[in-house]
Ligand binder design. Structure first.
Ligand SMILES: C[S@@+](CC[C@H](N)C(=O)[O-])C[C@H]1O[C@@H](n2cnc3c(N)ncnc32)[C@H](O)[C@@H]1O
Length: 216
């Protein structure tokens, strides 16, 4: 009964959500596109010519936004977008997609191969992670899973980002959040927290942005 009520309230919020309507109008697969757009507009993250990795990419609205932003005036793509998710994703022209679990070595190895083909070594300008584990409802366990995904994204970034590159990850305010920010500060020259308007007020989600590797 209680669950039913909360489902109904989610559905009500979703149907009346201006970002859901805007996403439908603009052809984005999810309202999440507007979170990245807002951060990009504030922080000038995305530019044509960049190599960008989109972790936790399905259903694909961030990749759609990236594809738009890497477009040259004639429409051609300048740069490279590599997307990865556990779930399948409808193709997006110009976006390379890997289906698999980012925590698995074999999947990481495939990603590293594609990155290698994109230029190898430190060729990535921007790593994005909108990954979130399926929530169990046990706060401590959920926070630990989230932190693990963030740590892996940080390790990957340390290895493959250009010295001036950036990492943007989704995090949840709560247990482990301040340790994550501290770890970002050890790895990046500048660190900022971002809560875009499109991120629902009720949600504990915050994005952490690190720019420039301290020890490339
Ligand atoms: C909030 S959704 C991402 C929405 C996406 N940014 C968009 O704009 O369409 C989070 C995604 O993270 C993915 N995910 C969670 N854990 C993952 C993992 N270990 N490896 C790969 N993807 C994962 C989920 O499958 C889910 O599709």
């Amino acid at each position: 009964m209680a669950k039913n009520k909360s489902n109904q309230s989610w559905l009500h919020d979703h149907i009346n959500d201006p970002y859901v309507k805007m996403a439908q109008r603009e052809g984005y697969r999810a309202r999440a596109a507007f979170k990245l757009k807002e951060i990009d507009e504030r922080d000038a993250l995305i530019k044509p010519g960049q190599v960008i990795v989109d972790l936790g990419a399905a259903p694909g609205s961030w990749s759609q936004y990236l594809r738009e932003r890497l477009k040259l005036p004639g429409g051609a793509l300048s740069g490279q977008i590599i997307a990865l998710d556990l779930l399948p994703m409808e193709p997006i022209a110009g976006v390379s997609f890997i289906q698999g679990d980012f925590r698995e070595e074999a999947v990481l190895a495939r990603l590293e191969e594609v990155v290698g083909a994109a230029g190898g070594g430190r060729c990535i300008d921007l790593v994005l992670s909108d990954m979130a584990p399926n929530l169990s409802g046990v706060a401590v366990a959920d926070a630990a899973r989230m932190m693990h995904l963030i740590e892996l994204a940080m390790e990957f970034s340390q290895k493959y980002l250009k010295p001036t590159g950036a990492l943007l990850v989704k995090a949840f305010h709560g247990s482990g959040y301040s340790q994550t920010v501290e770890a970002f500060k050890r790895q990046f020259v500048t660190v900022a927290a971002r809560k875009p308007k499109a991120s629902r007020d009720k949600s504990a989600e915050t994005f952490i942005l690190g720019r420039g590797l301290r020890h490339p």
